[in-house]
Structure formats: structure tokens, C-alpha cells
Ligand binder design. Structure first.
Ligand SMILES: Nc1ncnc2c1ncn2[C@@H]1O[C@H](COP(=O)(O)OP(=O)(O)OP(=O)(O)O)[C@@H](O)[C@H]1O
Length: 243
């Protein structure tokens, strides 16, 4: 049974659709990749799939009792808020787990931080870490919530090649253990490494109209993009995917 199922769903703001006609399923042990140009509606679709935004039309069915772990898109910025990395990851878990304060929470977070190679950063001020280190700390928090579906919005941004390899392996293992993953990425290589199915989001030819989503097998991403059938030939965002 799918954990999340969208049937011809559209999402937007103030009754205006940003993205329309999306049908897809999210299943245990599978990864759905979402790909498309800036502003096409990827984050909007994630908000809709996780219940943060109600569909304007169509339906979103979520299996009872399931939990989302969410790694939002990183925003550039600086803060002097005196928060340690452990605090940041622990806040992520309590926000995501929806079960309030958890006994043994810090141990769970520290153990996930250890798996992701950032446990030695636990006491360091979060905002003094590099972007890639912050990303791994927050991912540890998302994992510690023990989610059924892990939602990753551009998880590899700011992450170096070695750390990316480690993250991909970690996510592949978690997927093999039954975790469902939803990932937005501008890098086709990430989607080829993780996704089983891909939703290609295409802007409408007519500026005032909503974007559309086309569901394909992840292995067909490169041929689909190079064939230009989806209009993606206008932007070479997937460069490097073939290496
Ligand atoms: N809270 C909001 N209220 C109104 N409009 C919004 C809101 N959030 C996003 N939008 C609009 O919805 C459209 C899609 O935005 P969204 O952030 O979903 O795109 P995206 O594909 O994730 O972009 P990017 O690749 O740049 O992150 C944009 O036109 C944006 O201005």
C-alpha cells in the first residue's frame, strides 16, 4: 500500500495553481526524485505531498500513522544565535517527530550524527559550521525522528564530493531497510544514484498557466532530457550526469 498517493493533484497559493495534474505514489523502500528548473514548483509540490499545503484540486492520500522527516532547502544566511549543532539536530527531531519531547532523544540524535560523520561537531555552534556540515547535522535530526518518508529538498547543496558519497551510501542503505525517500535535486547524478521513479516538472508554455508533472522511470531521465520531449533541452542543468 502506498504511503502517499497523489491523484491529479494541483497545488498553489491564494487559489492560484503553481503546479497541476500531478499523479504519483510514494512507497516504502522506494525513492521518488523531483526534477525541474527554478520556480517550477518543486518546493510547493513537497509542501503538498507532506500535508503542509492542501490540494486545490485532486486528492492527496496519506497512510495512517506515518511520519515525515524533512530536510528543508538550505537558505544562505548567518546568525549569531548561540545554538550548538546538537541543539539544531534535536530541534529538527522534535519538530518532525510530532511526539514532543522524547526520552533518550539526545542519544538517538548523537548516534545518527555519528553515522553521518558529524558527531564530533555536536558541541560546536551550529551557525559556525560549513554549509555541508550543517546539512549533515540536520539530516541526522531528520533520521533520528525515525520517519516513514524522508523528504530531502536539495540535500547535496554545499556538500563536498566525499561527504556526498557518504550521504548517498547512507540513503541507499536506509532505502534498502524500507525507508521511502522523496528527493528534490538539480543534479541528475543524485537522482540516478537514488531514485526509482522521477517526476519531471515542466513550466507551462503559457506564462500564466501552472507547471505540469510527468512521471517516468528514473533510468529514463537522461534520455528523456536529451530527447527534448519535455522541453528540458533548453537548459543544460543535468551536465555531468553521464560521467
Ligand atoms: N508562500 C508562497 N506564496 C505565494 N507564492 C509562492 C509561495 N511560495 C512559492 N511561491 C511561488 O510558487 C512558484 C514556485 O515556487 P517553488 O519554491 O515551489 O519553486 P521551486 O521549483 O522549488 O524553485 P527553486 O528551484 O528556485 O527552489 C514561484 O512562482 C513562487 O514565487
Amino acid at each position: 500500500m502506498p504511503l502517499v498517493q497523489l491523484n491529479n493533484a494541483s497545488f498553489g497559493y491564494r487559489r492560484r495553481s503553481v503546479i497541476a495534474g500531478v499523479s504519483c505514489v510514494v512507497e516504502a523502500g522506494r525513492c521518488l526524485g523531483i526534477y525541474g528548473p527554478n520556480g517550477v514548483g518543486k518546493s510547493t509540490l513537497l509542501r503538498g505531498m507532506t500535508g503542509l499545503l492542501a490540494p486545490l484540486t485532486g486528492t492527496v492520500d496519506v497512510a495512517p500513522g506515518m511520519r515525515f522527516g524533512y530536510l528543508p532547502q538550505q537558505r544562505a544566511g548567518e546568525s549569531h544565535w548561540p545554538m550548538t549543532s546538537l541543539d539544531a539536530a534535536s530541534m529538527a527531531i522534535s519538530a518532525q517527530a510530532r511526539f514532543g519531547f522524547l526520552r533518550g532523544r539526545q542519544e538517538r540524535v548523537l548516534s545518527r550524527m555519528d553515522e553521518l560523520g558529524v558527531v564530533e561537531l555536536a558541541g560546536r555552534p551550529f551557525f559556525q559550521l560549513s554549509g555541508g556540515q550543517q546539512q549533515r547535522v540536520l539530516l541526522a535530526g531528520a533520521f533520528a525522528a525515525d520517519p516513514s518518508v524522508l523528504v530531502l529538498d536539495e540535500p547535496m547543496s554545499g556538500v563536498d564530493a566525499g561527504a556526498r558519497e557518504l550521504l548517498i551510501e547512507h540513503l541507499q542503505r536506509a532505502k534498502a531497510n524500507g525507508l521511502a525517500i522523496l528527493i528534490v535535486s538539480h543534479d541528475v547524478a543524485d537522482l540516478l544514484a537514488l531514485a526509482d521513479t522521477a517526476l519531471l516538472l515542466e513550466p507551462a508554455a503559457d506564462a500564466g498557466k501552472p507547471s505540469r508533472g510527468v512521471s517516468i522511470a528514473a533510468d529514463d531521465i537522461v534520455s528523456r532530457l536529451t530527447a527534448g520531449r519535455s522541453g528540458f533541452n533548453r537548459q543544460p542543468a543535468w551536465q555531468g550526469a553521464a560521467s
